[in-house]
Design a protein around this ligand. Structure first.
Ligand code: MOS
Length: 759
């Protein structure tokens, strides 16, 4: 019997190896950054703003200072030395340009206004609550509907963005025989990783070590150095394990430099573990968006027009945006396209990356509209997508490197039993339960970035890989090990993988689903260089003397010739005159250069891909859900979800399935549960914990079936890998809203869909 968790590899897939750090994690042996025992550590506790807009008018430290064990209290009055840095999305590293404790100005609710340092966590917390701060408050702007917003076209504020358009979409829409014109809304979401946001800083002379869960240790190293005004060479970041990140641990939040500054100031190590509530405003979030989508089609079902206007919330000072129209505009053979994305400034903390940042809101809106169009055309939604499938970018005409969307639809539809669906809304019922079937497209751009790695191969057949990559729970340790094992022809357990330390060769951000593609490409390059040396040595003496290197392979820990002869690694190493062969490699994708590897060392990820190259690079999937809605209570359940995905070479079907399943489950949350509620009067998040911020729990999670569809793509990168970490949760919400319509005949166009929407 095949274990569902470890699917049998199909064509172009690696082995479903177990995570090499699994035992360390389940036994508690894996040390997360805040687990680090630091002698003589002082504990920090943040004080955050009680207003969203205005100024601090007075701070009275007396009661707080009187708490036994308090060491120091940092406020803007005594600690304004930390500098700002550019936003991650503008080529810097920061999550926001708002500098902590720089001035009495308040930009958003929950902004850092003080840091208390004490002998114990409890003393620091007590003093933080006793710090008396008076504010001069102004009326804040919370969101789209609040007075005082300012709106800017993203194409106007950023050189990085151009709104896709082609042809005359307005005219084509006006002339279309069948039209959809609908507005959609996606809510504020917070990452809520199990692991909180933590930072511990230790100075030894002028050398700073930072223990912090990070998706990008090189950005943290360089960003904090910049904020402290010191040389990056003085900073080391250690982040061996990350307890969930989802984008929130990619950029440098304002707390880190402050902790480092505090540790320097009091001459002791300082440890900060933010509360979950504080994470909502000190770190980032997925901002709410709204959309107007218009689709035009002929009676034959061929699309002729796609118009998409969208708005995204951001903070007052920062131009953070996701602008997913870049990707939505290339999804189908639209004919004519006109899109426009804007940001809306409000008195909020700056949003940031959250799993599939552009695609979750924009592809939801597109796919929801696609479902409405299929209904308007009285067509099956799968056949409607097939009719408008494209192998080229409808904007530029560039081809897709590969695109297996319809293979995914066909596989998932078959396994799901889509043919049993009666298309008439409300027609399928079992007892008190209305049944709805729905489907939608999942997609994610294939990203690649410059990367470096070092590999050592020893005469005893063991190898070591060193790279400053990150394992955010995704399986990076294992996949890196698999690439080394495969290329050197040794078992996985002969490979030791070292990651999560800025002293190791630089790896890109664990973001944009680029890591497997980028790090496997550079590891392959390093291992192939070692392999070439081994082959050369083997051809010089021993059993393979005189055999051309083109006829050699590394297999089962030996150098083998195609004719069946082989030589032991010990003999080959002896011939090479070395006990260990080491290779340091750098790899960069087309369009990038060695200069970009230097920039990677300076903390710039340099991600490229998607629509940027000669060909479009995207992974695809098709998601099908069965929904049940109680006729009396309107309770919504999801008993079944099937997703089929094609993402190039699959390094490990076990970790791939796990990522895709996690994405599908998150998609259920996006559709039915998740929303950070914003109090419009105070521009304040109100459900800031995992009791009140709803995410799918075991009882909400159905039978989830993940199908890996074989796909070969030699264009995307040497490893042939398309990232899939963010693919799964794109489209799920649209599939569920389509199923809600099928079950009830009611279109709900604002997420999450709740009982009250269906009464
Ligand atoms: Mo992911 S949201 O690109 O870190």
């Amino acid at each position: 019997m095949t274990l569902a968790a470890a699917p049998e590899p199909k064509a172009n897939m690696g082995q479903p190896a177990r995570r090499i750090e699994a035992r360390a994690k389940v036994t508690g042996d894996a040390r997360y950054p805040s687990d680090e025992a630091l002698p003589n550590v002082a504990h920090a506790y943040l004080v955050t703003s009680a207003i969203a807009k205005g100024r601090i008018s007075r701070i009275d430290q007396r009661a707080a200072r009187a708490v036994p064990g308090v060491i120091d209290i940092l406020t803007h009055e005594n600690a304004g030395q930390v500098k700002g840095s550019k936003m991650f999305s503008d080529g810097g590293s920061a999550s926001t340009t708002i500098v902590p404790l720089a001035s009495p100005r308040i930009w958003h609710d929950g902004q850092i206004v003080a840091m208390v340092l004490a002998e114990t966590f409890e003393a620091a917390r007590e003093a933080a609550h006793k710090l008396d701060i008076a504010y001069a408050a102004e009326r804040p702007t919370a969101s789209f509907a609040s007075p005082g917003t300012t709106t800017e076209a993203i194409a106007k504020v950023s050189k990085r963005h151009k709104d896709p358009q082609v042809g005359n979409a307005e005219a084509a829409f006006a002339a279309a025989a069948v039209k959809v014109d609908a507005e959609y809304y996606t809510p504020t979401q917070h990452h809520n990783a199990m692991e909180l946001f933590t930072t511990s800083c230790v100075w030894e002379g002028d050398e700073l070590t930072i223990h912090e869960p990070s998706q990008f240790v090189y950005a943290l190293k360089n960003g904090v150095a910049e904020q402290l005004g010191i040389d990056p060479g003085q900073v080391r970041v250690i982040s061996h394990y990350v307890g969930g990140a989802f984008g929130a641990k990619a950029s440098v939040t304002p707390r880190t430099a402050l902790v480092a500054f505090a540790a320097k100031r009091i001459g002791r190590p300082v440890k900060l573990v933010m509360t979950r509530q504080q994470g909502y405003t000190v770190a980032t979030y997925r901002a709410e968006t709204d959309h107007r989508v218009r689709l035009g089609a002929g009676r034959d079902g061929k699309l002729t027009a796609y118009l998409h206007e969208a708005r995204e919330i951001t903070s007052r000072p920062d131009n953070y945006f996701v602008a997913g129209n870049i990707n939505s505009a290339v999804m189908y053979a639209f004919g004519n396209v006109a899109t426009k994305a804007s940001i809306v400034h409000a008195d909020r903390n700056t949003p940031g990356f959250m799993r599939s940042p552009p695609e979750v809101p924009y592809i939801y809106a597109l796919e929801a509209a696609m479902d409405e169009m299929a209904v308007a055309l009285a067509m099956d939604p799968v056949e409607f997508r097939r009719l408008n499938d494209t192998m080229v970018d409808p904007i530029s005409g560039k081809p897709y490197s590969s695109r297996s969307l319809m293979q995914c639809y066909d596989e998932a539809a078959r396994v799901f039993g889509w043919s049993k669906r009666n298309p008439k809304p409300g027609s399928m019922r079992e007892g008190d339960w209305l049944i709805g079937y729905g489907c939608a497209t999942a997609t994610y751009p294939t990203h690649v970035a410059p990367a470096a790695a070092r590999v050592q191969f020893y005469a005893d057949g063991k190898a070591r890989a060193q790279l400053a990559a990150h394992d955010v729970g995704t399986g990076t340790y294992t996949i890196a090990g698999q690439m080394v094992a495969r290329t050197l022809g040794i078992p996985l357990d002969a490979v030791q993988v070292e990651m999560g330390d800025s002293r190791l060769p630089a790896s890109p951000v664990s973001g944009g689903s680029n890591v497997t593609a980028s790090t496997c490409s550079v590891l392959m390059k390093a291992c192939e260089a070692i392999r070439d040396k081994l082959f050369a040595a083997a051809s010089r003496q021993g059993a393979l003397a005189g055999v051309p290197v083109a006829q050699m392979v590394l297999k089962d820990g030996r150098v083998a010739a195609l004719d069946g002869r082989s030589e032991s690694m010990a003999v080959v190493f002896n011939a090479a005159g070395a006990g260990v062969l080491e290779e340091y490699a750098e790899w960069f994708p087309p369009g990038k250069s060695a200069e970009d590897v230097k920039k990677l060392y300076q903390g710039a990820a340099g991600i490229t891909g998607g629509t940027e190259g000669e060909k479009l690079m995207f992974a695809f999937g098709a998601e099908f859900v069965e929904l049940r809605i109680n006729v009396r209570t309107r309770e919504i359940r999801v008993p079944r979800i099937v997703g089929a995905f094609a993402a190039g070479h699959i390094m490990n079907p076990r970790t791939a399935r796990s990522q895709l399943m996690g994405g599908l489950i998150w998609g259920i949350g996006s559709a039915l549960h998740e929303e950070t509620e914003v109090d419009a009067r105070h521009a304040r998040y109100v459900n800031t914990d995992i009791a009140e911020y709803l995410v799918p729990v075991n009882a909400d999670v159905p039978e989830v079936e993940v199908i890996l569809v074989p796909e070969v793509d030699t264009f995307v990168n040497p490893a042939g890998v398309k990232g899939l970490g963010e693919l799964g949760n794109v489209g799920t919400a649209a599939a569920i809203s389509s199923a809600v319509y099928h079950a009830t005949g009611k279109r709900v166009r604002a997420l999450p869909i709740r009982i009250e929407d269906l009464l």
